[in-house]
Design a protein. Structure first.
Length: 244
């Protein structure tokens, strides 16, 4: 786990929820939670499918007429409706491909840059480099083509590794963030528990303070492990960059 705070907050809220409400209300809350999760997963997919059906007629018409201006009008008409990441990427990619077909290299380069800015996951970066290969091939930039092909192959291998292993290896930046998250977790419970134990002597809150201090002791090894992994990944990435 890279960040202990979300799980801790969920456990605390769940404990308060269960302690303050009756069994009847707890079951109602669970049903609402399940419905919320299902909606969170399904609604964006259904929305993306609906938006794709609205845009497809404009794309089909462009394939027949190659009227870039008309395609731009159609995409701009539906662009405010692209509220999900998938729908925005879909519009950007289609617009980039149209500009590339029309040999508007400068505009295509700007559209490709927008796709790069929006890339977050490994799959996003793999798709970006594949589009960059197409762009570099069209403008006959052999150096850029070779670099983009290498990067797309690297991203593809990373995606395949993730599918086989189930989890993607954390980068040095992610390891650093994980270390500071666990360090803040340790310090919060160590200092907070120590202060509560000191100032609440003779009350029931002392047990809470002692428990917080003990919890911080268990979290220390995890923070140390993330620190070690961060240093190792940083050196590995520096060697990889110097080898390129």
């Amino acid at each position: 786990m890279r960040n202990p705070w979300p799980m801790f907050c969920v456990l605390v809220l769940t404990g308060l929820f269960c302690a303050s409400l009756s069994v009847h209300f707890i079951w109602i809350g669970l049903v609402l939670l399940v419905a919320l999760v299902v909606g969170w997963l399904m609604v964006p997919m259904m929305y993306d499918d609906w938006l794709a059906k609205q845009i497809n007629p404009w794309l089909m018409e462009y394939q027949q007429s190659h009227d870039l201006k008309k395609l731009e009008i159609g995409l701009n008409q539906w662009r405010p409706w692209a509220i999900t990441k998938t729908s925005r990427t879909m519009m950007q990619v289609n617009w980039f491909c149209a500009l590339l077909e029309q040999e508007r290299w400068e505009d295509a380069g700007q559209a490709l840059e927008q796709i790069r800015i929006c890339a977050k996951t490994t799959v996003d970066w793999m798709n970006y480099y594949l589009l960059q290969v197409q762009y570099a091939t069209k403008i006959e930039d052999q150096t850029l083509t070779k670099e983009a092909q290498q990067m797309s192959a690297r991203m593809k291998a990373k995606v395949e590794r993730k599918k086989r292993n189930g989890l993607e290896e954390a980068t040095a930046k992610q390891c650093r963030q994980a270390f500071f998250c666990w360090l803040s977790f340790v310090l919060f419970f160590l200092l907070g528990g120590g202060m509560l134990t000191y100032f609440a002597q003779g009350t029931a809150y002392v047990n809470i303070g002692v428990g917080a201090v003990i919890l911080s002791f268990f979290a220390v090894p995890v923070a140390v492990i993330w620190l070690i992994v961060w240093l190792i990944r940083t050196k590995r990435e520096e060697k990889a960059r110097s080898a390129m």
